[in-house]
Write a protein that binds this ligand. Structure first.
Ligand SMILES: *Cc1c(COP(=O)(O)O)cnc(C)c1O
Length: 371
């Protein structure tokens, strides 16, 4: 007997079906992604003089925003009868692809760069039974190899160069507008392969009635009266768009954005320029400091890459470049449990250890400084 679930979020395809291409609805593969919290962040508002919210994408089923694009990419592949998918990944794409492939009954092959994958992400891909291949090379090498594999063999590529990924990821912008009643003034986020900044810009434009002719939601009423400035932030050691040329040896603690030659480079520049926004670099120190503010003052635990957007607005606020009272949404892209080691050391690099006590109320109270 089928049971209807009356009040459960249905996943982004069912929730936004009329604004997505019809082919992704033919055979929906979902884990209930999307519907993530938009959380006001007074600690960030106080530091910037703006009104800041964080869109907590770590609350997706596999712990990152990648699930929004994976439900659409894997559903489309399932609709075409695909048996196998492949992706290159800094970690979260593989975790997501592996989980959605399980739901679809497909084989999932994952190419990850040598030695630079956070433990949480690696364990997800393995737990979901992906064929995990560690490639002697960096992310950019993995993506080239994955593309060639998909061209020559019967496997579908589910990286963000797959247009169905962008379609799914644009729903993050829809949710922000639905929650706030209109677009914010500024939307900030980390930029790695640049699929997400591309997707958000597409979503904000479509919701403001500015989609290209023939896009999925054409003819539907506009929901927003305007679009935000898009502020993208790369890690300083992996900032090809800021530098204006590819980076052959990208380096950063923010492994999810350790990318030297973004696939959606030109589209990211278009999002920046059309929106009147910026793409800038933040240092690893700024990223880890922002990571700490998020966990210790906002109450949201993210992986380092996810803090790049927050690092960016804090850096711009220090330079007087955040307009007073602007409404800012920062998308924080992945969960802190993906890569928890950064919480366990202080800014000067020492390990944080719990204080040891006996199981006795007086010594516990003593350790807590209670009297
Ligand atoms: C993939 C990812 C990014 C980068 O997104 P792009 O679309 O590649 O720019 C940032 N943060 C996290 C946690 C990610 O998983």
């Amino acid at each position: 007997m089928a049971h209807e679930m009356a009040h459960q979020w249905q996943g982004i395809i069912a929730e936004y079906r009329d604004r997505l291409p019809a082919h992704v609805s033919e055979r929906i593969v979902t884990l209930g992604e999307g519907g993530t919290p938009l959380v006001e962040a007074p600690a960030l508002s106080a530091r910037t003089g703006a009104q800041v919210f964080v869109k907590v994408e770590g609350m997706n089923p596999t712990g990152s925003f990648k699930d929004r694009g994976m439900t659409t990419a894997i559903s489309a592949a399932a609709g075409r009868g695909a048996q196998a998918v492949v992706c290159a990944s800094t970690g979260n794409t593989s975790a997501s692809a592996a989980a959605y492939a399980v739901r679809a009954g497909m084989t999932c092959a994952v190419l990850v760069p040598d030695g630079k994958i956070a433990m949480g992400k690696l364990s997800q891909a393995i737990a979901h039974g992906a064929r995990l291949l560690q490639v002697d090379g960096n992310f950019d090498d993995c993506l080239v190899a994955a593309r060639k594999l998909a061209e020559a063999y019967p496997v579908e590529l589910v990286n963000s160069v797959n247009p169905d990924r962008i379609e799914g990821q644009k729903t993050g912008a829809f949710e922000i507008v639905d929650a706030l009643g209109d677009a914010p003034d500024i939307h900030a986020l980390p930029v790695g392969n640049a699929g997400n900044i591309t997707a958000y810009w597409k979503g904000f434009r479509e919701y403001a009635g500015q989609g290209a002719a023939g896009h999925a939601g054409e003819g539907l009423p506009a929901v927003a009266t305007r679009t935000p400035q898009m502020w993208g932030f790369q890690a300083a050691g992996a900032a090809p768009i800021v530098a204006g040329h590819p980076i052959t040896e990208p380096e950063t603690v923010a492994t999810a954005i350790r990318i030297g030659n973004p696939a959606s480079w030109a589209l990211a520049e278009a999002a920046r320029d059309e929106s009147g926004g910026v793409i800038e670099a933040v240092s690893d120190e700024q990223i880890l400091a922002a990571h700490r503010v998020l966990s210790s003052e906002v109450g949201v635990f993210v992986e380092p890459a996810s803090a790049a957007g927050v690092a960016g607005i804090l850096a711009r606020a220090e330079r007087g470049l955040v307009p007073a009272d602007a409404r800012i949404v920062v998308t924080v892209t992945g969960h802190g449990l993906k890569d928890p080691q950064w919480a366990l050391r202080t800014l000067d690099g020492t390990e944080v250890q719990p204080t040891r006590v006996t199981a006795d109320v007086v010594s516990i109270a003593d350790a807590l400084g209670l009297d």
